[in-house]
Design a protein around this ligand. Structure first.
Ligand SMILES: [Zn+2]
Length: 164
């Protein structure tokens, strides 16, 4: 079993069949390699090369005796999948909502003035803090994105219930 990650969280290589799981692991702040190109041998190679925990539903991979550290995910529902991962490694203590959900890059703080023309006026007026993805430019405003995601994760028992 891999060691617990530090503040950077766990590093995963997630099978392309597990899209929602990959996204939620990013919500929790983990470094998740995931994409349409990552399946089968390509995924295994990525996990091995980058020292990532392999998460897959592809049971054909069991034949590979050299398989790097891995977890076969049994459920096809993302909530149960998250629980399966949580039973194997600690996943609830990384940096919540500090990673782009689309491209996995860590978000950077964006001065509030620079968000002004890039979000709806109401959003700008009601949020103090904005984060931007250095790769795709997508903006995040934690207050809004947090509430529903925090509720979901707290309901799963992965994080404490209080927002912030
Ligand atoms: Zn991005």
């Amino acid at each position: 079993m891999p060691e617990a990650g530090g503040s950077q969280g766990q590093r995963f290589a997630v099978d392309r069949m597990l899209g929602r799981l990959a996204r939620w692991l990013r919500v929790l702040g983990h470094d998740v390699a995931y994409g349409p190109h990552l399946g089968g041998r390509t995924l295994v190679a990525c996990a091995r090369r980058e020292g990532r925990l392999l998460l897959t539903r592809d049971t054909r991979l069991r034949r590979d005796r050299q398989l790097p550290p891995h977890l076969f995910v049994a459920s096809d529902h993302f909530r149960e999948q998250l629980r399966e991962v949580a039973r194997a490694v600690p996943i609830g203590n990384a940096a919540l909502l500090r990673r782009c959900l689309e491209c996995n890059r860590e978000l950077e703080d964006l001065p509030r003035e620079r968000a002004r023309d890039r979000v709806p006026p109401f959003v700008w007026a009601t949020n103090e803090r904005f984060l931007a993805c250095p790769r795709c430019g997508r903006l995040y405003w934690p207050a809004t994105h947090r509430a529903s995601m925090v509720r979901e994760l707290a309901a799963l028992g992965l994080i404490e219930g209080s927002p912030q």
